[in-house]
Design a binder for this molecule. Structure first.
Ligand SMILES: [Zn+2]
Length: 301
């Protein structure tokens, strides 16, 4: 016959005790144990005794139904110990033997340290078990609460470029018969667009590209969309020399990392559309030296 593991049964019983305790008592059980003994006034002392007694009485209720609250002593033994504790507290806080709060509290502690050591040990063990179970209950409740939205993780440069390509690839491109290329350079999550429109480049851009590219015989620098994308970045940063641009990409610390670039051609005879392309051989040279990664996955050559 299947037998429920004993520890689960005890945990269930401990939870039954917790279920019968209101917030004040649960706060008492959540308190850290140890540390300096707090100095209590009369009212606080009575409150402490009230909390202690209530937890003991609540436990007795479960024990009366033969529900063990630990593995290593009988329900009867624990019930008897807790009963003695409840009685001792009642004797010093009510009726003829009633004492002022602080004296009542001190009297109970003395009693626990002398005649009631078994009671004290039993209670402390029970309190520890209840507190440990409460930690689990609290964690389970916390787990069911809706989570605040995760902090927004900035998109990587590649993600920015991929998202942009998803928006435009296969979509309408400018018509006409002139070769039309557009490039996106992404640095620090920001996209810089360049078109092969032959417009003038900023002086630092032009000078740097000439320095970095060795084969320029039949190359029109202003005809490359990639160069114009770099130029857009150069203009945004207001660089005035080629070295400033080069250093921004290559000189640590603080240099640009993970910069990516992607380009696309307008293709089709009528109703042209965008198709991803690879950079030309000249651009490959300067891109490599500035450590800009060309995204050519699935690109046309
Ligand atoms: Zn090129």
């Amino acid at each position: 016959m299947y037998q429920e593991p004993k520890i689960d049964k005890v945990a269930k019983n401990l939870r039954a005790v917790l279920n019968g305790l209101s917030g004040t008592y649960l706060s008492y059980l959540r308190r850290p144990v140890g540390g300096p003994v707090p100095v209590l006034d009369d009212a606080q002392s009575l409150e402490e005794l009230k909390l202690l007694s209530a937890v003991a009485q609540r436990s007795i209720v479960e024990l009366q139904f033969e529900k063990p609250l630990n593995d290593d002593s009988s329900a009867d033994d624990l019930k008897q110990s807790l009963g003695l504790l409840v009685k001792e507290i009642r004797d010093v806080t009510t009726g003829h033997g009633q004492l002022p709060g602080r004296q009542a509290h001190a009297a109970v502690l003395v009693w626990l340290d002398t005649v009631g050591t078994d009671v004290r040990d039993a209670y402390e063990d029970l309190r520890w078990r209840l507190a440990a179970q409460l930690v689990e209950v609290d964690a389970e409740i916390e787990a069911t609460k809706p989570k605040p939205p995760a902090p927004k993780v900035p998109r990587t440069n590649q993600q920015v470029l991929t998202d942009q390509f998803r928006l435009v690839l296969g979509r309408a491109a400018p018509g006409g018969t002139l070769p039309t290329v557009r490039a996106y350079l992404v640095i620090g999550g920001v996209m810089y667009r360049g078109d092969n429109d032959g417009t003038t480049l900023a002086a630092p851009t032009l000078k740097l590209i000439k320095e970095l590219v060795s084969r320029q015989e039949d190359w029109t620098i202003t005809g490359c969309a990639e160069v114009h994308a770099l130029d857009a970045y150069v203009r945004t940063r207001n660089f005035t020399t080629a070295d400033q641009v080069r250093n921004a990409f290559t000189r640590p610390p603080g240099n640009i990392t993970d910069a990516v670039i992607g380009a696309m051609d307008a293709v089709g005879r009528t109703g042209r559309y965008w198709v991803k392309r690879v950079p030309c051989d000249n651009c490959v040279q300067w891109l490599a030296q500035l450590r800009i990664t060309a995204d050519t996955a699935g690109a046309q050559h």
